[in-house]
Design a protein around this ligand. Sequence first.
Ligand code: ZN
Ligand code: CU
Length: 485
Amino acid sequence: MLRCDTLIRNATVYDGSGAAPEAADVAIGGAKILAISPSLDCYAVMTIEADGLALAPGFIDTHTHDDTAVLRNPAMLPKISQGVTTVVTGNCGISAAPVRLKGEPPDPMNLLGDASAFRFPTFAAYAAAVAEMRPAVNVAALVGHTALRNNNMDALDREATADEVAGMRVQLEEALQHGALGLSTGLAYLSANAATTDEVVALAEPLADAEAIYTTHLRSESAAILDALQEAFTIGGRARVPIVVSHLKCTGVDNWGRSTEILTVVETARAAQPVVWDCYPYAASSSTLDLRQVDPRVKITITWSTPHPEAAGKLLAQIAEEWNIPQLDAARRLQPAGAIYHGMAEDDVRRILRHPATMIGSDGLPLDPHPHPRLWGAFPRVLGYYSRDERLFPLEEAVHKMTGLPALNFRLAQRGLIREGYYADLVLFDPIAIRDMATFDDPAQPAAGIDRVWVNGVASYSAGEVTEKRAGRYLPRASTTVRSE
Ligand code: ZN
Ligand code: CU
């Protein structure tokens, strides 16, 4: 008789491909899925009766800023409690490695911590630290363009010189050799905004041979979004690399309703070159406090402020009123600070989420003292609220958006599907009970309805608790030739 470590019996299996679910038994042996069958006869060390529960591949959070969180808080409760088994770090141009600081990290690298958090002058050192720490979730990492700029430039408010680009390329190539998924940019931020398209193309060129990807927080997500998308397509086209547009959205009251137009533009581009995108399921964004986004028509919550810690959790409008000054002046006084901007239209969020090519990424900010609820709630919100309650798409499609699709687009080998021989990253959840509990008022709340989570075959979360044994791995890009461990 077949022997296995864990047998999950009679689960409703959503295999991650988007196919309709089927009842099956799934056997785990070591780190892998051993067998899947309508009825498995096998000697199991542990058997789980999963009647009425859904079994899916562990969710892949395509868009995170968990670079330092996986080392500081390796239990990774905000993510594993949602069923997330892999996080992609290094988004929006900011990464923990490779970084050599000259002082404090520039905005928005400060989202990853203060200077003490940046301990990895090489990407290899970061990858080794993750492998050694074994966080509860797998970690795959991008290299941030802003991090590279800051390593090689004395000022970030200008274009890089040829020498500086050469210095960045050397560091990027070291990272690619050690399994980095690709390069990310955050061109909207002032620390990267002065970079020209040519500067980014020069950095994107080595990605093609490495079979790596280019992800981008666009230069604009508001009035100039079409130009910003065109720039991304140009970079991808000239460097011959696939593009991931991060957190696709229409920001700002004047842009509400433009999602149809934007989806048409990205769809047209897809006919000519590989373009994909991720999205978080909320009509509010969050990052450092950006003066350009202060608009009295948009509700803005301050989540942290270095000079005014007492402002955390308060509305900018309320602070401005107390201080008896305009919101823009109050925002200036609060900096450096973090904010949540209720600056999107719900209809746009839904239209983008519904698109079959849309992947789910949380964009959660794990160090924020008053985080946007997406940090704890993004995945159950898609499954429960948007799929089950609002019927935006069937559950198998919701699962596909967070498993098979991102594994394909981010080139994560043997993940994202329930298949024999694939890694046993699995989540067992109750499709009736699954719900995001995190709210804007009370954001640090684990989801309801997540029954169990396995990472590389190891039971890592059950009954609301992280287990003692953590089993996350550092995941090198599929095409990496060097060994990761
Ligand atoms: Zn971003
Ligand atoms: Cu981001």
